[in-house]
Design a protein around this ligand. Structure first.
Ligand code: PLP
Length: 216
């Protein structure tokens, strides 16, 4: 039951940790059950899917974008989302700033970090993060509030722990210079380890809703 999973999960979280329910492939009915059980943030990966669900569910919850955003979808994204967790390029920042300006909306963003420097993954490298953040300063409609990372894929979350730890160190260092508050790390299999390593946003799908139909 979604209700029991959400309640159990929320009760287990330390104070100050926000649960983002990762809702890709989930129906509006499932999402409404989650929100009625206490979920206050949905994380969506795809713009069209998010738009369709936003039209049904609306602003009863906050909406975070947790998937890669293509520049040509920036206009639609800024209309829906309350936070973009996946800012991963200067070009995207440029377009987002422009679109936010048009609708006079200041957008909180997290910088997605490619913590294991995997070539197939999106995100800014650890050693480039500070320079990237400095480049964002002219964009007055974007407000960088922290970091997000996926971490490398591993069956054992203990193998991801060192990457979470590195991103927490980066977060602590950048917090001295930037107005950082959020560190988004950890999914169903790894959120406990992520919280131990300092995450205050976790993104959980499977542990709430069960396996996605695309998983097998
Ligand atoms: C799907 C997704 C999650 C949640 O994954 P689960 O393993 O289902 O908990 C978290 N973060 C991102 C970016 C995702 O795309």
């Amino acid at each position: 039951m979604i209700k029991d999973k959400v309640r159990g999960l929320l009760q287990s979280l330390p104070p100050g940790v926000t649960l983002v329910a990762a809702t890709k492939e989930r129906s509006p009915e499932q999402m409404i059950e989650a929100l009625e059980s206490g979920v206050s943030v949905f994380g969506e990966n795809y713009i069209q899917e998010a738009k369709d669900k936003f039209a049904i569910i609306g602003k009863r919850v906050s909406w975070h974008l947790i998937g890669h955003l293509q520049k040509n979808k920036a206009r639609q994204a800024v209309a829906i989302f309350d936070m973009i967790e996946t800012l991963d390029s200067y070009e995207l920042a440029q377009v987002l700033d422009k679109e936010c300006k048009k609708i006079n909306k200041v957008m909180p963003v997290l910088i997605e970090i490619n913590s294991a420097a995997e070539p197939q993954k999106k995100g800014i490298l650890i050693e480039e993060a500070e320079a990237f953040l400095k480049e964002l300063k002219p964009f007055s409609y974007l407000k960088p509030r922290g970091l997000m990372t996926m971490g490398p894929f591993a069956d054992d979350p203990e193998l991801i722990r060192p990457y979470f730890r590195k991103i927490k160190e980066l977060f602590t260092q950048l917090k001295k210079e930037f107005d950082f508050k959020y560190l988004s790390m950890g999914m169903s299999d790894s959120y406990k380890v992520a919280i131990e390593e300092g995450a205050n946003i976790i993104r959980v799908g499977t542990a709430i809703f069960g396996a996605r139909s695309s998983q097998s």
